[in-house]
Design a binder for this molecule. Structure first.
Ligand SMILES: Nc1ncnc2c1ncn2[C@@H]1O[C@H](COP(=O)(O)OP(=O)(O)OP(=O)(O)O)[C@@H](O)[C@H]1O
Ligand SMILES: [Mg+2]
Length: 367
């Protein structure tokens, strides 16, 4: 392969657009730059363009506009056998006429690896996904989850530099899924494999990835490490899509000293961090995480604004309490508190004051 590009990126999408029918763009403007060894997850609703992006990176679809580069070379100029890409697709198609072991040996044969070495690598890969005893079977003789694990082993058996995985754990039960999540990230990091991973499952995305790209409507809405994505969503879509979130609608009344004062629709006033709002009178949707809401005003600063709330429901969940409140006309305002010594258990019908630190409350776009 050619030398890495000037900025050291291993995978790059530059202003990429894709249309299948020549009319609608399913990928609208994709810019992405991944260093070697990164584990990046594409997360987003169905139809948001994730698989399309993987197919373009694999070279099975061509971009309508823009450029995709692998190690500094435009993907169109790299012949398929030199791409060194391992793939696991949504419909993990194994070769039905071959045994499991033959399926795994295939990518090694293509790469002219000798028989002894081949057998050793196949065995190691099958053991990794706990399918060591199944080498002699055909795919039709395996369950869906077992086939998926074999597909995973086949993608990794030739130690590719880049691995693309499209929902590779979708057919597995929770326990095996969590085990495989760990195995995949551990292996990727140990071997320095660059990985683009696609999932619908946000917990999976948050726990496995170095960075997550949140897709919607053919664009990356935010690209950030998991903690930043959760704690600092840049727009309403990301705030709603990642984790649980409370939203209140209002209008910007003042922006001063790095704080926005928001007049909520039912009258209350709150302090927020202005994120993508800039003008007085602008509509906004403010976003606050359930675990950042404070019942005890003593823990807030003296000049903090608070809101009146009515308790609608108290749910005991063991480690945490989940309390549903009516706040500013919203009947689904959730507060999560830790089941710590002395923590109050609110009862339906109680009236309380709630507040939060302004930096935990984000004034986002109203759309
Ligand atoms: N071969 C194709 N021909 C025409 N349209 C396609 C083709 N493949 C995908 N599309 C359309 O492109 C859009 C994006 O599809 P894509 O498969 O990339 O979504 P996705 O994010 O992977 O969704 P999912 O989470 O459901 O797998 C969809 O509207 C889909 O209908
Ligand atoms: Mg898909």
């Amino acid at each position: 392969m050619a030398d890495a590009s000037a900025n050291g990126a291993f995978v790059e999408f530059e202003r990429v657009q894709k249309s299948y029918d020549g009319e609608t763009l399913v990928v609208k403007d994709l810019n992405l730059s991944m260093p070697k060894g990164e584990f990046l997850t594409m997360l987003g609703p169905s139809g948001s363009g994730k698989t399309t992006c993987l197919m373009m990176l694999a070279g099975f679809e061509t971009a309508t506009h823009g450029d995709i580069r692998l190690d500094g070379t435009s993907i169109n100029n790299i012949p398929p056998h030199k791409r060194g890409i391992g793939m696991v697709f949504q419909n993990y198609a194994l070769f039905p006429h071959m045994t499991i072991a033959e399926n795994l040996a295939f990518p090694l044969e293509v790469r002219k690896i000798g028989k002894a070495k081949r057998e050793e690598k196949v065995k190691r890969a099958l053991d990794m996904v706990e399918m060591g005893d199944f080498g002699g079977r055909r795919p039709a003789q395996l369950s869906g989850g077992q086939q998926q694990r074999v597909a995973l082993a086949r993608a990794l058996v030739f130690e590719p530099e880049l691995v693309l995985m499209d929902e590779p754990l979708g057919a597995l039960d929770k326990q095996l899924r969590e085990k495989m999540q760990f195995e995949i990230t551990d292996l990727a990091h140990r071997l320095g494999i660059t990985t683009v991973y696609v999932t619908h499952d946000q917990t999976e995305a948050l726990t496995m990835s170095d960075r997550v790209a949140v897709f919607d409507d053919g664009r990356i809405q935010q690209l950030a490490p998991p903690d930043q994505l959760y704690e600092e969503p840049e727009n309403s879509f990301v705030a709603q899509f990642i984790g649980e979130n409370n939203t209140l609608e209002g209008t910007i009344k003042e922006i001063k000293g790095g704080l926005a004062l928001v007049q909520l629709d039912d009258g209350g006033l709150i302090d927020c961090k202005p994120i993508n709002v800039s003008e007085i009178g602008q509509r906004t949707r403010v976003s606050i995480r359930p675990e950042r809401v404070e019942f005890n005003p003593a823990r807030l600063s003296d000049d903090a604004h608070t809101l009146k709330a009515e308790v609608l429901e108290f749910i005991y969940m063991g480690d945490i309490f989940r309390t549903r409140l009516r706040v500013a006309g919203n009947n689904d305002f959730i507060v999560k508190t830790r089941n710590a010594p002395g923590q109050v258990r609110l009862k339906p019908g109680e009236q309380v004051e709630i507040g939060w630190l302004p930096e935990d409350c984000r004034a986002l776009d109203a759309a």
